[in-house]
Design a protein around this ligand. Structure first.
Ligand SMILES: C[S@@+](CC[C@H](N)C(=O)[O-])C[C@H]1O[C@@H](n2cnc3c(N)ncnc32)[C@H](O)[C@@H]1O
Length: 229
């Protein structure tokens, strides 16, 4: 992947996403950016984890949409979420801030969205009493994930056809090992090969229905309690 200037596109639910013409990839589903993020990451990932305090890892900060929805969910549920995200190609913050997510998701929340983008990288920052953010500028393929570090993982890399190195058995194995027992990983990508690699890494993987109007299936993977993977 090369750094390039994205183009804004309005998706089917009326919310924006970004498109990279050189890579021919969108940051979210064109069937609905917010609908996809809510379904794949908040409902299938975060809400499937019952813990009161959650260490969460995301691959790819991008527009900050997943982080923003998680911040709002943390406040609503009064759960404490420590959000770590690795991003190799950070967007220009002002460009990302211009996306109209706060207005469509929760009027009045714009200052929080701006804070997510403007806060410092490489350190943990408390954005609200329930949400801390640690943005790491790094390539995930080199990033030391650490075993049993996270309760929830949002695996939101670009598609395997575009970035196969982010879906290799080796990397997915390390990602799987970074989940704590009982932890949950969710991803929009339901390809058989991805599912098998996660299973080989010891996770119990389920195909579940995708967002309304979007992909037919997505993946939810859980590290069993008592597993020694
Ligand atoms: C599908 S987009 C994620 C969108 C993001 N979660 C959001 O809510 O906007 C994939 C993201 O992964 C980032 N990325 C690409 N290669 C990467 C790598 N090797 N390591 C870490 N991040 C990478 C891209 O720059 C992009 O922001």
């Amino acid at each position: 992947m090369k750094r390039e200037t994205p183009v804004t596109v309005i998706t089917d639910d009326g919310t924006p996403t970004l498109y990279l013409p050189g890579l021919d990839e969108h940051y979210h589903s064109v069937r609905g950016a917010v609908a996809e993020s809510m379904h794949v990451y908040i409902k299938t990932g975060l809400e499937a984890c019952g813990r009161e305090t959650v260490d969460l890892f995301e691959c790819g900060f991008g527009t900050g949409l997943n982080a923003f929805l998680t911040l709002l969910a943390a406040g609503q549920s009064r759960r404490h979420i420590h959000y770590t995200v690795v991003e190799a190609f950070p967007l220009d913050a002002e460009r990302a801030i211009g996306l109209a997510y706060p207005e469509t998701i929760q009027p009045g929340s714009r200052p929080l969205f701006e804070q997510l983008h403007r806060c410092e990288w490489e350190r943990e920052v408390a954005i609200t009493p329930f949400f801390t953010l640690h943005k790491v500028g790094a390539d995930l393929t080199d990033y030391p994930l650490g075993d049993e570090s996270y309760d929830v993982i949002y695996y939101d890399a670009f598609a395997p056809e575009k970035q196969p190195e982010l879906w290799s058995a080796e990397l997915l194995g390390r990602v799987a090992r970074s989940l704590r027992r009982g932890g949950v990983l969710s991803t929009y990508c339901a390809k058989g090969e991805v599912r098998r690699r996660l299973q080989q890494a010891g996770l119990v993987v389920q195909r579940t229905p995708g967002p309304p109007g979007g992909k037919r299936e997505i993946l939810q993977a859980r590290r069993p309690d008592g597993s020694d993977t």
